[in-house]
Design a protein around this ligand. Structure first.
Ligand SMILES: [Zn+2]
Length: 307
């Protein structure tokens, strides 16, 4: 097997069109290790994870790209996140039910949200579209068609063994002229329109099993044999949860001493499990007291209360 757990970028030499191919294998299985999902939910989650990597790779940013599906259906929430370093994590929340493979039956009415934010949340971009189409890739197509972004298409496939995706994106028309100007003949707008249309039709001919099993070089050969395509060095993709004891402490402090102490009284300890990786963070009575003694804010408040 070639090109596992990596992202490959490629570029059409004669047109302002670029693409990415991603495969998650060990990283996908690591992500699934702590969770049992019904197969249709698992596969949709895999598609969302592959899509989050493909989209994150189109951006120059430091932070996290999140792809979130929210709906009224049995799968009411799905969240896939990819960092600028291509670390992924994801979770789905659902009720047991009879559901089909299509989004309408899984998520029902709802929305798809793409959020890009940096680590300290000082910069944020968010785009939202209604959930529609049979699959996530249809919904993403709608997202790109209705938002002010570069025209972009995605093809996605996932099963228990892996999650894979292909992205094609049309760049601004002048980007090809400025690139290696000397060797290029003039490319006019109509030629670029034709090429963009053609590469999408070719993308549509890629079978899911080809996307999953062929090497990236062979996928490009299979689809774009007529074109001059430059393939760049791959970048590794991995599973990484960003949870930490500090974050859990912050969350417990936000809940407040009353709430946390009542859990402590009931259970003898407080345990918080990470939704993404299932890691447990445990706090005994000493920990809980410490949590709130350190959190006592301005002495002014304390003295005011005393008087
Ligand atoms: Zn975690």
């Amino acid at each position: 097997m070639h090109d596992r757990d990596c992202l490959h970028r490629f570029l059409f030499e004669h047109y302002p069109i670029r693409g990415h191919i991603v495969h998650l294998d060990a990283s996908w299985r690591a992500l699934l290790e702590h969770r049992e999902y019904p197969s249709v939910i698992r596969d949709t989650l895999g598609e969302a994870v592959a899509a989050s990597v493909l989209l994150a790779a189109t951006l120059k940013f430091e932070g996290t790209l999140s792809l979130q599906l929210k709906g009224q259906g049995p799968m009411h929430l799905m969240l896939a996140q990819c960092s600028d370093a291509l670390g992924v994590r994801a979770v789905a929340r659902y009720k047991e039910a009879e559901y089909g493979r299509d989004l309408a039956s899984l998520s029902g009415e709802g929305s798809l949200t793409v959020t890009v934010e940096n680590e300290d949340l000082s910069q944020r971009y968010q785009g939202i579209v209604p959930l529609n189409g049979e699959r996530l890739s249809d919904c993403l197509r709608n997202y790109f068609e209705t938002s002010e972004q570069l025209p972009t298409r995605l093809w996605l496939h996932a099963d228990e063994n892996g999650a894979s995706g292909l992205l094609l994106q049309r760049l601004s028309d002048d980007s090809v002229q400025s690139r290696a100007a000397g060797s290029l003949h003039e490319v006019n707008r109509a030629d670029i329109d034709d090429a963009w249309h053609r590469v999408q039709l070719l993308g549509d001919t890629l079978k899911p099993e080809e996307l999953q099993t062929l090497s990236d070089r062979n996928i490009l050969r299979r689809l774009f044999a007529e074109d001059d395509v430059r393939l760049f060095e791959p970048a590794p993709v991995f599973f990484r949860c960003r949870c930490s004891r500090e974050r859990v402490v912050g969350m417990l402090r936000a809940l407040g001493p009353e709430e946390v102490r009542s859990v402590l009284a009931e259970q003898g300890h407080v345990e918080v499990r990470c939704d993404f990786c299932n890691r447990a963070y445990r706090f005994d009575s000493v920990d809980v007291e410490q949590l709130f003694s350190q959190a006592v804010t301005p002495t002014v408040d304390a003295s005011e209360r005393r008087h």
